[in-house]
Design a protein around this ligand. Sequence first.
Ligand code: ADP
Length: 271
Amino acid sequence: MSWDDIGGMADAKGRLLEAIEWPLKHAATMARLGITPSMGILLHGPPGCGKTSIIRAAASCCDCALITATGASIYSMYVGQAEETVRNLFKKARLNAPCILFLDEIDAIVSKRGLAGEGGQGDSVQERVLATLLNEMDGIESSPHVIVVGATNRVDMLDDALLRPGRFGEIVHIPYPDEQTREEILLGATKGVPIAEDISMREWAACTEGFSGADLDNLCREAALCAMRENINSLHVRNDHFKKAFQSLSRKVESRVGEGIGNEDARHIRL
Ligand code: ADP
């Protein structure tokens, strides 16, 4: 996956380029100009909007290793096990430097103290994991080629200690795609797909406000499936296939937005 595979998001791409590529590829210039690289970057925004994709693109463009773990996979009720997992992840990242350590759904392990625990035991696991993570992040200063990237759709849930400068010093918002970005995602998702000439991705971008990148991918896939359901030997995807796919998907997107799902980016969609 390269930067070109990521539709739109010019601002986020630019900031990640500076935060990830510069320290890895232009360390000497940064040192000459007295710029201290960010140790950690936090991506926040709703699910399916490209947080993982943009990090994969950054890793491949910088030719660096990418180690991914989710908050849920780190969490463990067994005493000491979650902290051990965190320490091992950092060790592996240092061994594979240059490396991006991507901690997805980071709120699952390091929410504000006392907020997300499952009772006494849960709280103490959270506190110990948070202390271990802070400790390991502070230790990264001695491994300049390891960058920690956290991702969450609940930045308000994260413990303030994580957001202090020197830890997740760079905070990048990855919101629902705007119209221009939606058009680029739709064009990317249908690259190589035989679509009829009557389809305007600009028009589809205009009426898919509230759709995430994943929803837009799904729209294109569903439209192609509609074409196949109609004719198993179908040669191309028409606009009416897109309309059918849109009708079923927009209901799902509407109900998700209606529920709010506790994410800060929930917003109304015009259909
Ligand atoms: P997140 O990590 O925010 O949950 P992902 O990066 O996993 O989101 O995105 C889910 C899918 O949506 C990806 O596989 C990708 O195909 C598509 N997608 C999301 N945003 C974009 C984008 N800006 N450009 C291209 N594809 C995107």
